[in-house]
Design a protein around this ligand. Structure first.
Ligand SMILES: [Zn+2]
Length: 255
């Protein structure tokens, strides 16, 4: 079993923890978008998220956000070959955003504050060794798992903290646990992704997508190139603004 196939705690204790993480240590965002804002992000991340993901975004003159867990760098996981230093420099040169996803893809629903801080620092240091330029204003929780204390620790270090609970971010939603929709789950999951685009176009908000591997025969957390392109084409049909997470956030809070 690879590290990423870890399953966070389930049952009632898991549910209670997830509710506490959702409703405590919140920081409400004040945004009122008049147009749909979309951010496309990638977690962990595999090379296919660059080869297919960055290529398709760039063809539309868009850029994405790559939440990197440097512990995966230069390894192979169930997502396939993972990113390396060449990918970091290729993405940054083209204007994509590199973001933080902890060093070792740690479940922050369980980790204590010291571990959380150390994971944030160590990931930054490791990414710098891989050529990262600049900081890491955006953060995504591995598995989407958060805890109130860790939300506070991270909110002072990063501008936005993203989870995996699906939804559209609107005024009053939580900067410390932004909603995001997976580009995954086969036909059923992709139908949901398209429905979120329609909802967000009808009532503008900030819709953040996250993807993993993009390949033929993807994992259950991944999608095929055709499915990825279908999502992008549907976004384009709405006339949405598409920006990396930090650029989108700064644009939304200042307008
Ligand atoms: Zn992840």
């Amino acid at each position: 079993m690879t590290e990423n196939a870890y399953i966070p705690s389930g049952g009632l204790p898991g549910k209670i923890k997830r509710l506490q993480a959702r409703f405590l240590a919140r920081d409400s965002i004040q945004i009122n978008p008049v147009r749909l804002m979309v951010s496309i992000s990638f977690d962990d991340f595999p090379k296919s998220a660059v080869a297919v993901g960055a290529r398709e975004l760039e063809q539309r003159n868009w850029r994405g956000t790559y939440y990197a867990a440097a512990g995966f760098a230069c390894t192979n996981t169930h997502h396939g070959a993972m990113f390396d230093a060449d990918d970091i420099s290729r993405l940054q040169k083209a204007g994509h955003e590199i973001a933080c996803h902890t060093l070792n893809h740690v479940d922050l629903g369980q980790a204590d504050s010291a571990t959380t801080e150390a994971q944030s620092d160590a990931n930054r240091d490791a990414l710098k060794k891989l050529g990262l330029k600049g900081g890491l204003p955006a953060f995504a929780y591995p598995y989407g798992e958060a805890a109130p204390g860790n939300k506070l620790v991270l909110s002072s270090r990063h501008e936005t903290l993203r989870g995996v609970r699906p939804g559209i971010n609107r005024a009053g939603d939580d900067r410390n646990l932004l909603k995001a929709v997976g580009i995954d789950g086969g036909i059923e999951g992709l139908t949901k992704a398209h429905a979120f685009i329609d909802q967000a176009a009808a009532k503008p908000g900030w819709l953040i997508f996250y993807a993993h591997d993009i390949q033929d025969n993807p994992t259950e957390w991944g999608c095929t190139p055709t499915q990825f392109i279908d999502v992008l084409d549907h976004v384009r049909e709405t006339g949405a603004d598409v920006m990396p997470v930090t650029e989108a956030y700064r644009t939304l809070i200042s307008s």
